[in-house]
Write a new protein. Structure first.
Length: 281
């Protein structure tokens, strides 16, 4: 059996010794870029390799990009091979933020043609809650070969978003908190507000009180209510920098609403051009 959206802690635990499974720790803090790796070194799921949002899952920031530009996919494919991933591997990614960062790696792999990738439901917290094993030992993994089949139709540029909104051919869903979306608070980016015409779906809405994803039917109903009458293929997700937006994209896939896209540059790229509109209500 393969997993393409979520995997439970119990299922991952049962496959820790499965040679076809590869695990990645994606813990990260926007406030302290070293915190994720420090947490990893203090304890992680056995066999997990650390994938850094800045160093591995993004490329360097440029004058007109957002805070986390898409990585160089050739370089990422090479890294995946060095990390033991091949085109038949079952990949599992996790973090300690409900999937907010692990979702980025999930989406990147899917965009590279690798659908056998799943987010650990409940993340590291659920793993610890169930009393499952952790280690501080770094994994010893033999290199493999990973070939990417990149599909650049999975994301939109700022100009494509502008055109889509102007023609009313897309609906733009922003995963940031309501406070940031409405411009009441902006702790990260220099301009507050949101893209005119966007709707708000905070990623936290996808999780229950235990930090697990909501049931499929709940997610389907909520996203259908939010994005109707647009079909899933016309839904575009954004956030602050194209990272946490992947959480909503994942939630739609869980709900059986496949085909939505990512505005990769998101808010931090949008505001680089002063000619682009900004709304605050």
């Amino acid at each position: 059996m393969t997993y393409t959206t979520l995997v439970s802690a119990a299922t991952l635990a049962a496959n820790l010794d499965n040679p076809n499974w590869r695990i990645f720790d994606c813990r990260f803090s926007l406030a302290d870029s070293a915190a994720g790796f420090e947490s990893y070194r203090s304890g992680h799921i056995p066999g997990a390799v650390y994938a850094d949002l800045n160093q591995d899952l993004s490329s360097p920031v440029q004058p007109y990009t957002g805070r986390h530009p898409l990585p160089n996919f050739d370089s990422l494919a090479e890294k995946l091979g060095k990390w033991g991933v091949n085109n038949r591997s079952q990949v599992v990614v996790y973090d300690d933020a409900g999937g907010a960062f692990a979702g980025r790696m999930w989406w990147l792999l899917r965009s590279m043609g690798h659908t056998q990738v799943a987010v650990l439901d409940g993340g590291y917290g659920q793993w610890r809650k169930q009393g499952l094993p952790t280690t501080t030992a770094l994994p010893k993994i033999g290199a493999s070969a990973f070939r990417a089949y990149l599909d650049n139709r999975q994301w939109l540029s700022a100009s494509q978003v502008e055109t889509g909104l102007a023609s009313r051919s897309i609906i733009l869903v922003d995963a940031r908190t309501p406070e940031r979306f409405l411009g009441k608070s902006e702790p990260i980016d220099p301009v507050a507000g949101h893209v005119p015409g966007a709707v708000n779906r905070p990623l936290q809405s996808n999780l229950d009180r235990n930090g697990l994803f909501l049931a499929t039917d709940q997610l389907r109903q909520q996203f259908t209510d939010l994005t109707s009458p647009f079909p899933a293929e016309r839904v575009v997700h954004m956030c602050g920098s194209g990272v946490t937006a992947c959480h909503n994209l994942l939630a739609m896939e869980i709900a059986g609403l496949g085909g939505s896209k990512l505005y990769a540059g998101s808010w931090s790229e949008w505001i680089r051009n002063r000619n682009r509109g900004v709304a605050s209500r």
